[in-house]
Design a protein around this ligand. Structure first.
Ligand SMILES: C[S@@+](CC[C@H](N)C(=O)[O-])C[C@H]1O[C@@H](n2cnc3c(N)ncnc32)[C@H](O)[C@@H]1O
Length: 238
């Protein structure tokens, strides 16, 4: 089984990432502002997770459709934020071409696949479902910031007693992927995510069919810097 089919589809995921529910109050409005589409626009929230950002997209008058691989996340989304939802794989979207004005890809939800071809496939699928001139918002972890943050703790198990889990982060030998092992609820998990450079992100966006790219270095829309914690790309479908 691919790691993401296990890690995100387990109740432990909601325990480990419990603080992301509260973070949505600041992340949601800020990311919706960076997406910057007029009311009535059709936006695909991919992947939508449990829908924590959904109310903030809806508050902008956007017509939001969510998609995710995890049945558990989709069930929670349906219960807490009813919306049109589809179970899907990001490599083969079940939508017709040019059906959307926007694709909203929040919180480091790219780079999960083992090969470059599959990760590019996710972006070409985003491009396919967007109309020409449509907008992709791609919200990623800043690689340099993450490198520094992990440097001091790499390879060490960190214990979070209140949250009830422990974790250990290591970079792959080639330095391209971050692997985060976690133990929670008696089970073992292992995220394995490609963390691209800015050059790699831009090259992949261009290869997938995106033209003009604006990059931000934070939720408040400040300009991109190499050191920023978040790299947020707003790319226009050619
Ligand atoms: C870090 S969460 C982000 C969810 C949401 N964007 C948010 O900000 O809360 C990543 C999500 O990607 C979903 N996912 C992982 N691999 C996927 C795949 N191959 N196809 C579709 N969804 C996938 C997971 O189930 C999980 O809900």
């Amino acid at each position: 089984m691919e790691w993401f089919a296990w890690d995100f589809d387990h109740p432990a995921y909601f325990q480990i990432y419990a603080d992301k529910a509260a973070d949505a109050a600041s992340e949601g409005p800020a990311l919706a502002a960076r997406l910057d589409l007029p009311p009535g626009s059709v936006v695909l929230d991919l992947p939508c997770g449990w829908g924590r950002l959904h109310p903030h997209l809806q508050a902008q008058g956007l017509e939001v459709v969510g998609g995710d691989l995890s049945r558990l996340n989709l069930r929670r989304h349906a219960a807490e934020h009813p919306a049109p939802l589809t179970r899907l794989d990001l490599r083969a979207l079940p939508f017709r071409g040019a059906c959307a004005d926007g694709v909203f890809c929040a919180y480091t939800s790219w780079g999960y696949f083992a090969t470059e071809a599959e990760n590019l496939r996710q972006l070409t699928e985003f491009a396919r479902v967007l109309r020409p001139g449509g907008v992709l918002l791609l919200d990623l972890a800043g690689r340099n910031f993450l490198k520094e943050a992990v440097a001091e703790v790499e390879g060490h198990w960190l214990v979070f007693p209140e949250e009830g889990y422990e974790e250990r982060a290591t970079w792959s030998p080639d330095g391209r992927r971050i692997r985060t092992e976690r133990r929670c609820q008696g089970e073992a998990f292992r995220h394995d995510i490609w963390i691209p450079t800015n050059t790699e992100v831009r090259a992949a966006l261009a290869d997938a069919g995106f033209g003009l790219v604006t990059a931000f270095g934070g939720l408040d829309g400040r300009p991109w810097t190499a050191a920023a914690e978040r790299w947020i790309y707003r790319a226009i479908r050619k």
